[in-house]
Design a protein around this ligand. Structure first.
Ligand SMILES: Nc1ncnc2c1ncn2[C@@H]1O[C@H](COP(=O)(O)OP(=O)(O)O)[C@@H](O)[C@H]1O
Length: 276
């Protein structure tokens, strides 16, 4: 019931977009629409949810390499648009640097363009990272395609902040690293958690940059916005029986095998490496 009472009425611009996606844009030109296929005839269509800093990008991109599907992160699409200095970039930079969400309309446009480009290259399936982030976005997605599974990654809030502040990107190769060394002792029945830093190789060390929205004040605002706007999306999928909750037990060496196990992919990884 909670999920139903929380559903916001779609705004008129979103209803318009939804009408576009479902009627006036034909299945040949709308990749979201055309992806409503029998799951046996296509690759996985998964969504990764989770607070800023939880590691959605890290685990989603590893799974994408394993499953041979594209990793589509709406945060990356926003940053590409920002870097392009196009007409939207000034407006986007203000929103992102305040830790707010970009409008559903802009995000759906960016995502539709990305899916269209992928479809033209023959992509099938996807893992979406950072989308949907509002109930409106989840409803639109539900209206145009079938999501098979939603993975909800979880970590305690003080660790999330430290991880965002430790995040670094190599400005040349684009790889992500993390300088934070997490060591939280277990207390009051809660398990402790340790995460080793993910350090860059020497050639990247001199080229590291920090995302402009990874400052303490902006991360705190993003966490607040997540609990206000995106946590209801968890309930949206939970009530549809699609949500897999995954508490990260530690860094990548501890979490990756456990995640594969939770997804019934542990054998899959072995078979893939044997075939390689
Ligand atoms: N689905 C979305 N809806 C609205 N805004 C988004 C969405 N995805 C990304 N953004 C914008 O891009 C920023 C960066 O996104 P992302 O890299 O996913 O960050 P995070 O580390 O907070 O998960 C967000 O703070 C938000 O301003």
């Amino acid at each position: 019931m909670a999920a139903i009472t929380r559903l916001a009425k779609p705004s008129s611009s979103i209803s318009y977009l939804r009408r576009c996606l479902s009627t006036s844009i034909s299945s040949e030109t709308n990749p979201l629409f055309s992806s409503r296929k029998d799951p046996k005839d296509r690759n996985v269509q998964w969504v990764f949810l989770g607070c800023p800093g939880v590691g959605k990008g890290t685990y989603a991109s590893r799974l994408c390499s394993l499953l041979g599907v594209p990793h589509i992160a709406t945060g990356d699409l926003v940053r590409e648009e920002l870097a392009s200095s196009g007409p939207l970039s000034q407006q986007l930079s203000e929103i992102v640097n305040q830790g707010k969400l970009v409008s559903d309309q802009i995000i759906i446009n960016l995502l539709s363009k990305r899916l269209e480009a992928g479809e033209a290259k023959g992509e099938s399936g996807f893992i979406l990272d950072g989308f949907p982030r509002t109930i409106n976005q989840a409803e639109i997605l539900e209206g145009v395609t079938d999501i098979d599974l939603v993975v909800n990654l979880k970590l305690q809030e003080d660790v999330l902040l430290e991880k965002c502040l430790g995040r670094r990107i190599c400005s040349e190769c684009g790889k992500n690293f993390n300088l934070a060394s997490i060591n939280v002792k277990g207390e009051n029945g809660n398990p402790g958690i340790s995460m080793a830093p993910l350090l860059p190789p020497a050639h990247c060390t001199v080229k590291l940059i920090t995302r402009s929205d990874d400052t303490e004040a902006v991360v705190k605002e993003r966490l607040r916005v997540y609990s206000e706007k995106s946590q209801p999306v968890e309930e949206f999928y939970r009530s549809r029986g699609k949500l897999l909750e995954f508490d990260l037990p530690g860094g990548i060496p501890q979490s990756w095998p456990k995640l594969l196990e939770a997804l019934n992919l542990d054998d899959y990884e072995e078979k893939q490496s044997a075939a390689a």
